[in-house]
Design a protein around this ligand. Structure first.
Ligand SMILES: C[C@](O)(CO)[C@H](O)COP(=O)(O)OP(=O)(O)OC[C@H]1O[C@@H](n2ccc(N)nc2=O)[C@H](O)[C@@H]1O
Ligand SMILES: Nc1ncnc2c1ncn2[C@@H]1O[C@H](COP(=O)(O)OP(=O)(O)OP(=O)(O)O)[C@@H](O)[C@H]1O
Length: 274
């Protein structure tokens, strides 16, 4: 079959995440700085029967991309006659937004291949229904996320070397959020404070309140944080975990320690292209 599109689907890290409050719809209002990195899934779209397959064998009905395309099809009133194949490199349940990135990347490509039937706003609306992290991936780069994560504001691009340390445990975003208590809320944190921290390069002041809960729920994530801090780096959990990262390149001590513990090390850079 003819290959119609080949496109990369980048991961994200959260350069800080604060939980501002609990909402009546069961979600939480957050303030976060999304940052796309060059750890990517590879998406291939061919003409053919409507299907969505991943290299990790995610059942199609469970695939966030399939659910997004089903909603797209309903709205445009035309059948999708395309086959989507995703080669997964982004570890699942790592707080790196793999599925969310796939949703945005595939919606954009399918919409383009079918003649731009929907505008970006409506595509982002579909994406946001499927996953709170997905709207970020339409523009990528570095964006402030508020609300559930779907209210976005681009800031000037920053270029970082990032080292990810990925424990084998998969973190459940829903479970981590379900443990949020009153004392974990920081309603006083504002986008202005966050932007000034970043502008001044005060990365040591960044924190992820959700990541702290993930560490209590999944001790291996806490171990990874303490190991990175022991090496003298500022460790942050990405999203709800399990990935831990720091700004800088891998060191021999880090590689050795990670190997001993069976943790994956990924050397990444900012992903500036969308
Ligand atoms: C942790 C982050 O990844 C940080 O970027 C996001 O806040 C979560 O984004 P996500 O994985 O796309 O989350 P979703 O798939 O939309 O929601 C999964 C579950 O996480 C909880 N959830 C998610 C986002 C949010 N702002 N508040 C929440 O309480 C809800 O229980 C929801 O049912
Ligand atoms: N296309 C997909 N890619 C990855 N996971 C998917 C996909 N579709 C559905 N899933 C399911 O969703 C779960 C979470 O996926 P994802 O990789 O986006 O989580 P995550 O890395 O924790 O992202 P986030 O930062 O949004 O929490 C996976 O464990 C998997 O079962």
């Amino acid at each position: 079959m003819e290959v119609l599109a080949k496109v990369s689907s980048p991961a994200k890290i959260n350069l800080g995440l604060w939980i501002l409050g609990k909402r009546s719809d069961g979600y939480h209002d957050i303030l976060t700085l999304y940052h796309a990195i060059d750890l990517c899934d590879e998406v291939r779209i061919e003409e053919g029967p409507f299907r969505v397959e991943t290299s990790t064998g995610i059942p199609m009905e469970e695939n966030l991309v399939y659910r997004a395309l089903a909603e797209f099809e309903r709205r445009v009133g035309r059948e999708i006659e395309l086959s989507v194949f995703i080669n997964k490199n982004i570890p699942e349940g790592a707080g790196l937004g793999g599925g969310s990135s796939n949703v945005a990347t595939v919606l954009k490509e399918v919409n383009r291949l079918m003649g731009e039937l929907l505008g970006e706003d409506e595509l982002m609306e579909i994406a946001g229904i499927i996953s709170s992290d997905a709207p970020f991936f339409f523009r990528g780069g570095t964006q402030i996320g508020r609300g559930r994560g779907e209210i976005l504001e681009e800031i000037e691009p920053i270029e970082l070397d990032v080292t990810l340390l990925i424990p084998s445990v998969k973190a459940s975003t829903r479970k981590v959020y379900s443990l949020v208590r009153e004392e974990d809320l920081t309603p006083q944190m504002s986008p202005e404070k966050l932007v000034s921290l970043i502008r001044e390069g005060r990365y040591e002041l960044l924190e992820n309140k959700l990541g702290e809960i993930a560490c209590s729920l999944y001790p291996e994530i806490g171990e990874a944080v303490r190991f990175v801090e022991h090496l003298g780096f500022k460790a942050l959990v990405s999203g709800s975990g399990s990935a831990v990262f720091y700004i800088g390149k891998p060191t021999p001590e880090l590689e050795t320690g990670a190997r001993l513990r069976g943790w994956k090390v990924v050397k990444a850079k900012s992903w500036l292209g969308v």
